[in-house]
Design a binder for this molecule. Structure first.
Ligand code: KG4
Ligand code: ZN
Length: 338
């Protein structure tokens, strides 16, 4: 079965061709970093316009690289939300037009479900497991019992982890996206030079909060500019900030495993590309008898292979009605899990 995946929820224009759920024939990702970096974050209007200009080339490149024609595609899977509405609509309308013109079945995929299932591009992890989705828009903990069966255990009450990376990078003028820039700068610093606050919230809570940490970084930078407080390099600030985020994420993962009586975790979403987070999760996992899986970094950040993968499994297991309907709609605030 050949699935064409299309993803345009934020600032990556992506298309992929996936065979039988795990054999990836192509994955094209066109990022818009050069458009947004000077603003320190995604400008929705510019993102939408860039998707319009790029989507057809990206889809064509994905088909060419896979060596298949549109007629050979069995299913089109497209992100229907959550995300920026102007961005989502470009991918969704492209997918609808292709499905209508070629009379192919079409399936709308929740972007978060794409992140959750990205690991299946590499390995069929046994259910149930705990999944931590850490991206620019979300920081959620799920119990995953099967394809389409997700129980939300925790979420951020304010900023997403990736958002806090992006905001701290903006404060330090490190460019966008902030995550990779912070990770790189942190390697030149000392994480113990300054201890930033960690919000563990109420005892037993699996929720997150990163806005206090962000404010603390802002205050430290302001003090540094006034020549007050400890002498800190950008590297020290990035390392201390990153360490605080990783402490909380890894501790809550272990807590979720304890509460649910599980010993398998999948960490996914853009922030899961962070090498220091991956190392720490493996380390605390080993100490607590927990095995951890991570998609390859290129499948952690936004891509269409994960959307094709989720489409394949939902179609295979008849979880979603598959039809070539034109009433599929985008939803900026689509939720996942109970
Ligand atoms: O999953 P994603 O590509 O898009 C959303 O669905 O939001 O995640 C993007 C987020 C951005 O906030 C970016 O700064 C962060 O993931 N990110 C990272 C790293 N690479 C991307 N954060 C920390 N370390 C990284 N290496
Ligand atoms: Zn994402």
């Amino acid at each position: 079965m050949l699935v064409l995946g299309i993803e345009t929820s934020c600032d990556e224009t992506a298309a992929a061709v996936l065979k039988d759920g795990s054999h990836l024939l192509s994955s094209i990702i066109f990022d818009q970093n050069n458009i947004h970096s000077k603003y320190g974050g995604v400008v929705p209007e510019l993102a939408g316009r860039s998707h319009v200009e790029t989507i057809h080339h990206v889809v064509q490149d994905a088909l060419n690289e896979a060596g298949v024609s549109l007629n050979e595609i069995d299913l089109i899977a497209v992100t229907k939300g959550p995300g920026l509405i102007a961005s989502l609509l470009v991918g969704l309308n492209t997918a609808k037009a292709l499905a209508y013109a070629l009379d192919k079945p079409l399936i709308g995929i929740n972007h978060l479900e794409g992140h959750l299932l990205a690991i299946f591009l590499q390995e069929a992890v046994e259910f149930p497991f705990i999944a931590l989705t850490v991206s620019g828009g979300h920081t959620d903990l799920y119990r995953v019992d099967g394809f389409g069966t997700y129980k939300k255990l925790g979420r951020t009450r304010d900023d997403a982890a990736g958002e806090s990376f992006d905001k701290v990078a903006k404060m330090l003028k490190l460019g966008y996206p902030g995550g990779p820039a912070i990770e790189k700068t942190a390697r030149q610093g000392d994480s113990s030079a300054y201890s930033f606050p960690r919000a563990f919230l109420e005892k037993g809570s699996l929720d997150f909060s990163f806005s206090g940490l962000k404010t603390s970084v802002r205050n430290v930078i302001a003090k540094r500019e006034r020549g007050q407080g400890p002498v800190l390099s950008d590297g020290d600030i990035c390392a201390g900030f990153q360490e605080a985020v990783i402490d909380v994420l890894s501790a809550k993962l272990v807590l979720a495993c304890e509460q649910e009586g599980l010993n398998r975790v999948v960490v996914t979403g853009g922030v899961a590309a962070n090498g220091a987070l991956r190392e720490r999760v493996v380390h605390v996992g080993e100490k607590n008898g927990i095995k951890a899986w991570f998609p390859k970094p290129v499948f952690c950040t936004d891509n269409a292979a994960m959307i094709a993968c989720a489409g394949y499994y939902k179609c295979r297991d008849s979880i979603l009605p598959v039809k070539n309907s034109l009433d599929l709609d985008a939803s900026a605030s689509l939720k996942l899990g109970l």
